[in-house]
Design a protein around this ligand. Structure first.
Ligand code: NAD
Ligand code: MN
Length: 360
């Protein structure tokens, strides 16, 4: 019988992107081999700032069409000191997310075994969250403009756009995700005291639909108050849903509270599965450590586990996650950002070995 093939487009991007994505593909192939039920086919696309500086675009004109032929995308990071960040972000990562309408950005935050976060006495029992970020509109809709440039009366505007379709689909996605987790708990985060149009709209859509999920316990929080709750009462939080901007900020805080930006994963999901979803570590291109071989690949490995889960390969996803946890738990091969001395290669080898030795 021929095996199922998962077609992955690898887009390493800039900075440490290629270092962590090549390690991520190695680990994905190893887990496929160990699992035996499927094979990975992949193609690597050298899209990013280097190409932009040479050719004037981050990806070829038909790049998005090319991506549509794949099941999933594994993305590194985009950002280069020689190119303004907003040009890079809109030219590559946001272009992919928005065109493929990957509207649900899912960001798990959990303290892995052996890792001590900055919060005293807090373990994975207290800190095990999933932040759901609206990923298609809101503050990052790209609507706005600059007028009277460089004159005294210069104006810059970004307009936050919230549509009923956009708000309802992300809230329903989060309610369903909360329902699938043991605690069945969802916190809606907005800022409806100050932003009295769009954010009040978010609150009211939530009021209208949450009754369809009677088994999910819900509460509501302003985004500023949420930051203090994350630090002071992490155990009261489970699943969180918020706008593009708010959840962007909250999830960086969440990543820091789980030990390091280097470990945090994310999925830009197209839940309908009629277009590929994209998985990536949440860190950026980390110019300061690029080319030194010390980037933490664990955020990419965790993202790869999310990819496998999205593809329905639940056993393989679990095996990979267990391998990551074994390496953090043993503590012998931790990268520098997690307090160890291991190089990217050593961390990768340790995870590969843990995959080999896994026996379920
Ligand atoms: P960054 O995540 O690149 O780096 C912040 C700090 O964390 C640095 O000190 C870095 O060395 C460290 N760090 C990050 N990832 C690490 C890893 N895997 N292992 C070890 N240490 C790690 O954030 P920044 O410095 O704010 O941004 C740098 C560039 O990346 C900018 O151009 C920014 O726009 C871009 N960026 C891209 C994305 C993305 O593509 N999704 C996300 C964030 C930032
Ligand atoms: Mn961010």
């Amino acid at each position: 019988m021929s095996k199922r093939v998962i077609n992955i487009a690898a887009v390493p991007g800039d900075g440490i992107g290629p270092e962590v994505i090549d390690a991520g593909m190695e680990v994905l192939n190893a887990v496929a081999k160990r699992d035996g039920g499927f094979v990975i086919k992949s193609e690597r696309f050298d899209w990013g700032s280097e190409r932009y500086l040479k050719k004037g675009d981050f990806m070829p004109e038909n790049g998005l069409e090319t991506l549509k032929a794949f099941d999933s995308i594994l993305f590194g990071s985009a950002g280069d000191p020689r190119v303004p960040d907003h040009i890079t972000l809109w030219g590559l990562r946001l272009k992919i997310c928005q065109t493929l309408d990957q509207y649900a950005n899912v960001r798990p935050a959990r303290l892995l075994p052996g890792i001590e976060g900055p919060l005293k006495g807090v373990t994975s029992k207290e800190l095990d969250w999933v932040i759901v970020r609206e990923n298609s509109e809101g503050e990052y809709a790209g609507v706005g403009g600059r007028v009277h440039q460089s004159l005294a009366e210069e104006v810059g505007m970004d307009v936050a756009v919230f549509t009923r379709t956009g708000v309802e689909r992300i809230q329903r996605f989060a309610l369903e995700l909360a329902r699938s987790r043991p605690r069945k708990k969802l916190t809606l985060v907005t800022k409806s005291n100050a932003q009295r149009h769009g954010m009040v709209f978010w609150d009211s859509v939530f009021e209208q639909i949450k009754g369809d999920y009677p088994d999910v316990e819900t509460d509501k929080m302003l985004v500023d108050a949420m930051t203090t709750r994350m630090v002071l009462k992490p155990e009261t939080i489970d699943t969180v849903v918020a706008t593009n901007l708010h959840a962007d900020v909250l999830s960086d805080l969440a990543a820091a509270l789980t030990g390091s930006l280097g470990i945090a994963p994310t999925g830009n999901l197209r839940p309908e599965k009629d277009a590929p979803s994209m998985f990536e570590p949440i860190h950026g291109s980390a110019f300061d450590i690029m080319g030194k071989g010390i980037a933490n690949p664990l955020g990419t490995f965790w993202s790869a586990a999310m990819l496998l889960e999205h593809e329905g390969e639940l056993d393989a996803a679990k095996r990979l996650m267990k391998a990551i946890e074994r390496v953090t738990g043993e503590g012998k091969h931790l990268p520098r950002d997690l307090g160890g001395t291991a190089t990217s290669r050593e961390v990768t080898d340790a995870v590969l070995e843990a995959i080999q030795q896994s026996n379920e």
